[in-house]
Design a protein around this ligand. Structure first.
Ligand code: PLP
Length: 412
């Protein structure tokens, strides 16, 4: 949805709470209404035809009711407005997942005859796979940021980077990379940073992508993706979304908007804990290396001297699970899970070693998290059922073990 440029001078924390909701008081509402309609009645077919023609040629949001839910949805549009405002973008377009969002970007560029992508490793495993396998008919050249300019060809439609990158937390200088891209748009996957820590468009990127499944939703209960960009490209993305169907459900749009309102508070709290844990891990002789971004954030990656699988099996409070950005702390072994789909040699050369663990720090008390990590690093043995993986064994493994609990410290 297009943003109202007149309100962009507000602080991010204020926008997080108010953007996309400005009309509510006038409607006599406080909470955001959820519009679950799949279709919208109209007694004037000529007018509907004109609106469909307009959408088909420009991808602009239809004035008035959306005609059909694959064109647009008012609840999701509120989330799009808010996210665009937080990123300082003219527009944002939401999708059913982060991968649907990336797919739409690639299809949009390919539809303009620009099938070649220059990309910097590491990327999230499935993003890497989508490009490497050429599943959408695109072709990729992998490079480091310094080699991007040389890798660009006449048919290059996109340069893509994640910063901080999943899972190594490697950081790229967005401004320098944007400069080497020339006229080719730079897409920054800013999932790990969120607009609280980084606004890539201010540094020359043209497209920002989020797996909104992560920090934007923030509670591990919404799968979503969003692209923030200029209005012209947003129009192309909306046409791709309409034609390919990767729309976001309005209930997810509602949850994402609600998630945005606490994003700055969640990010700051989790980042403080993550920085403290990164410091303790750095000083710990059981840990070989710690990766924590200069930018900050709530992700910590570390390499252990011992067996990383024992750490995963030994956590009690922390949940051993893929994904990130929720209120609770998660840990996973990228070489086995999030980046399993990337060929071993490519994984290794991108810095994803077999000893690397990736932790998404949540909102728990730092001492409780450290106690848990400390026990897991000491090789606390796995509880029965924990390693079973699926079904009842897995459910049982999530029941807290009273003997492993520490007494609760005072909550400030
Ligand atoms: N980008 C990054 C950095 C991710 O970590 C992920 C998922 O983990 C994605 C994109 C894909 O997002 P989704 O899982 O919402 O499709």
């Amino acid at each position: 949805m297009e943003t109202d440029a007149t309100t962009t001078s507000r602080a991010l924390a204020t926008e997080a709470v108010h953007a996309g909701r400005e009309d509510l008081a006038g409607l006599g509402l406080h909470a955001v209404p959820i519009d679950l309609s799949t279709t919208y009645p109209s007694y004037d077919s000529r007018q509907e035809a004109a609106r469909i023609d307009e959408f088909a040629s420009t991808g602009a949001r239809p004035q008035g009711p959306p005609v059909y839910a694959r064109l647009d949805n008012p609840t999701t549009a509120r989330f799009e407005t808010a996210l665009a405002r937080l990123e300082g973008a003219a527009s944002a377009v939401a999708f059913a997942s982060g991968m649907a969002a990336l797919s739409a970007v690639l299809l949009a560029r390919a539809s303009q005859g620009l099938r070649h992508v220059v990309a910097v490793r590491p990327l999230y495993g499935c993003s890497d796979h989508l490009l490497t396998a050429g599943l959408l008919g695109t072709e990729v050249t992998w490079t480091d940021p310094a080699g991007a300019a040389d890798a660009i060809r006449a048919d290059t439609g996109l340069v893509m980077v994640e910063t901080p990158a999943n899972p190594t937390l490697a950081e790229t200088d967005i401004r320098a990379l944007a400069h080497s891209c020339g006229a080719v748009p730079l897409l920054v996957d800013s999932t790990f940073a969120t607009p609280v820590l980084q606004r890539p468009l201010e540094h020359g990127a043209r497209i920002v992508l989020h797996s909104a499944t992560k920090y934007l939703g923030g509670h591990g209960d919404v799968l979503a993706g969003v692209v923030a960009c200029d209005e012209e490209f947003a129009g192309v993305l909306r046409r791709v979304r309409f034609a390919t169907g990767g729309v976001l459900h309005p209930l997810a749009g509602y949850l994402l908007l609600r998630g945005l309102s606490t994003l700055p508070v969640r990010m700051r709290a989790a980042a403080g804990t993550a920085a403290e844990l990164a410091g303790r891990l750095t000083a710990d002789p059981r840990v070989a290396a710690v990766h924590y971004p200069k930018l900050g954030g709530a992700m910590v990656a570390f390499e252990v001297h011992g067996d990383p699988h024992r750490v995963i099996a030994g956590v009690r409070l922390i949940t051993p699970a893929v994904s990130l950005g929720s209120v609770d702390t998660l840990i996973q072994h990228p070489a086995s899970i999030s980046h399993r789909i990337v060929a071993e040699g490519d994984r290794r050369s991108a810095g994803v070693s077999e000893r690397l663990l990736r932790m998404s720090v949540g909102l728990e008390d730092v001492e409780d998290l450290w106690d848990d990590l400390d026990g897991a690093l000491s090789g606390r043995s796995a509880r029965s059922g924990r390693a079973a993986g699926h079904g009842e064994g897995r459910t049982a493994a999530h029941v807290p073990d009273p003997s492993a609990r520490v007494s609760s410290p005072a909550v400030p």
